[in-house]
Design a binder for this molecule. Structure first.
Ligand code: URA
Ligand code: CA
Length: 344
């Protein structure tokens, strides 16, 4: 097999099979396929597109290019949640402990920021003493004990995505639905979750600027899930402005704790937006995870979750963020202040 023929086949609008995609991707990771050939293939994919099946095969090849995390020690189905990224996007820090309090097991492997968006890890690390570099055993134990954990990528997860993303970044091939979908879903498949909820951001602050493109990306990812036998659910949500009232790593953590503690106020519009998002995802995460489902309109169920949920979520979160060392009443003082503010 020759890389030249694979490039020419895609250039002419052909559909690449497993053998060809595996040859190209694994060859590139191993250093046998040079940048100039992989760049040409990426551009051919960008211009010609990929069929749904081809995208699923590419995703599978990428997911298997490195380690696959084994979460089978955790009872029940582990759910994961992923946002395509935005500014002032506090969703993970509010949603993960809420879902845990509703009975879901959330094992989340998070990344650093991409482009202009800060990653969950960067935000969590603004808390003094918070470690996102846990061993797999501690990660699994934490999910078992409190229902949720977030760690950074400690494994050699998806080296193909790392290499391809860097190349896409400098060859004008980032904004391509099959390439974005395979990039996101390959990492989720490698990180071991049994079911995945995707929060596909749309608007000027997001990767996808139009609702049509966002829906197409969401559909592509749900389709990969169907072909891989993993339930994937996607929600398209607005990212025309920051979701919360705070922007900045430490401030977004503070806001998430305030929301969980029921202390957040003001900015009705944004709060409503966030509440709607949380409700719909909160309904979906437990559904995927086989935990108690919270149906819209099921008032009794919801009230029970709200009573037990807020307290449980807050406790889980506070224990989660720094292994139980965070003092609920003192967390504000323990967060870093900007020099300007601190000097006043
Ligand atoms: N996020 C990813 O992980 N990959 C992309 O290609 C775009 C956004
Ligand atoms: Ca299991």
């Amino acid at each position: 097999m020759r890389m030249y023929d694979i490039i020419a086949k895609k250039r002419d609008g052909g559909t690449l099979n497993h053998e060809e995609l595996s040859f190209a991707v694994n060859g590139y990771v191993a250093g046998d396929v040079p940048d100039y050939q992989m760049s040409a293939l990426l551009m051919a994919i960008y211009l010609r597109g990929m069929t749904d099946e081809e995208t699923a095969v590419l995703t599978d090849v990428m997911a298997r290019s490195g380690d696959m995390v084994d979460l089978s020690a955790i009872d029940g189905v582990c759910v994961d949640k992923h946002s395509t990224g935005g500014v002032g996007d506090t969703t993970t820090r509010v949603l993960v402990p809420l879902a845990a309090a509703c009975g879901a097991k959330v094992a989340k492997i998070s990344g650093r920021g991409l482009g202009h968006t800060g990653g969950t890890l960067d935000k969590l690390e603004s808390i003094p003493g918070c470690s996102v570099e846990e061993t797999e055993a501690r990660f699994v134990r934490q999910v078992q004990e409190i229902g949720c954990a977030v760690i950074g990528q400690t494994h050699d997860l998806c080296p193909a995505d790392k290499a391809l993303y860097a190349l896409r970044d400098v060859t004008g091939t980032v904004n391509c639905i099959p390439l974005i979908a395979s990039s996101i879903v390959s990492k989720k498949l490698a990180s071991g979750a049994g079911a995945i909820v995707l929060d596909v951001k749309t608007g000027s602050g997001a990767l996808m600027h139009t609702v049509e493109d966002s829906i197409a990306l969401a559909k592509a990812m749900v389709d990969i899930g169907a072909q891989a036998g993993k339930p994937i659910l996607a929600l398209v949500t607005g990212m025309e402005q920051p979701l919360g009232t705070h922007v900045g790593n430490a401030l977004e953590v503070k806001e998430a704790v305030d929301i969980l503690a029921g202390r957040a106020g003001g900015r009705l519009y944004r709060l409503r937006q966030r509440a709607e998002l949380l409700l719909s995802q909160r309904r979906h995460l437990p559904l995927l995870g086989g935990g108690p489902a919270v149906q819209r309109g099921d008032r009794e169920h919801r009230a029970a979750h709200d009573r037990g949920g807020t307290e449980g979520a807050r406790a889980a979160w506070l224990r989660h963020v720094c292994g139980g060392t965070l003092q609920p009443k003192k967390y504000r003082e323990s967060l870093p202040l900007s020099r300007l503010y601190a000097g006043r």
